[in-house]
Design a protein around this ligand. Sequence first.
Ligand code: NAP
Length: 309
Amino acid sequence: MAVKEYDIVVVGGGPGGLTAGLYAARANRKTISIEKFQPGGQIANTEDVEDYPGFEHILGGELAQKMANHAKKFGLEITSDEVTEIYSEGKHRMVITASGDIYKARAVIISTGGSPNHINVPGEKEFAGRGVSYCAICDGAFFRNQVIAVVGGGDAAVEEAMFLTKYGSKVYLIHRRDELRAQKVIQNRAFANSKMEFVWNTVVESINGENRVQSLSLRNVKTGEKSALEVGAIFIFVGFVPNSNITRELLAKDKNGYIITNDRMETSIKGIFACGDVRSQLVRQITNAVGDGTTAAVAAEKYIEELDD
Ligand code: NAP
């Protein structure tokens, strides 16, 4: 298989990767973005986006397409393939894909995002984007004055449930045990919130509705008792896994597996940069992924310039 040479290979085609690709290509660097699914990453599967400045409301798929077209206009190549491994060979970074292609790059930008864990019950897939959500900031406002359920007992579930009380008439937090995993300070805030109601020792067995979520079938794991809960939406926060296991050499990560970078988006491996959701940071939004992508591309460009000197 022929080795394809590029200045910069961007792994992942979400908002961070496409922005990195746009800046790198616009700086006249031969750049390719390799994306496993369709361009846009998670936003391609997001129904509505209304927190990206300049667009009061846009479909996630449409924003993804606009970002991809914009980057292509400046010369970014986009290909559909899965990157299976990245390793260093002297001054080059080698990128291997599932279809057997080998890319030889001077710099690599990892923008592989992450995936929210699922609870894998009937209705979860069917109602995704129609009442099943994994992002309170993105979708909370669609459920104003409705009853909302949240699943999970960690920091994310409890914090996001409290955020959702801004919109919902009531927020049920459904947890499989009788004590939360979340930090005590976060728990105490939630217990003091009069719009929150806790459903302990309970799991969701199915998510039901006609065209959108209307109710949940629940089971108490201690008593076996079954019940139904009428809700307009269910937000699932049972952990998020960063897609950060693609380098052969050890990459510095935080305790949750997110890649650690400095403010130039440099990772612990020279010539490898990271941006967006896969990076260790406070928030995971389109806006900061785009900012990260800009920084990663400019820093990669400077890194290549230094290699040339
Ligand atoms: P997490 O801490 O791993 O908690 C996941 C929660 O989901 C746990 O309560 C777990 O129950 C529950 N769960 C897992 N699988 C489930 C299933 N199949 N069905 C029902 N419930 C299930 O995940 P996270 O809340 O996303 O947080 C991830 C990391 O980010 C943590 O280290 C967290 O501290 C950090 N974080 C921090 C902040 C903050 O500091 N403000 C905010 C968000 C996240 P069990 O408890 O029974 O295992």
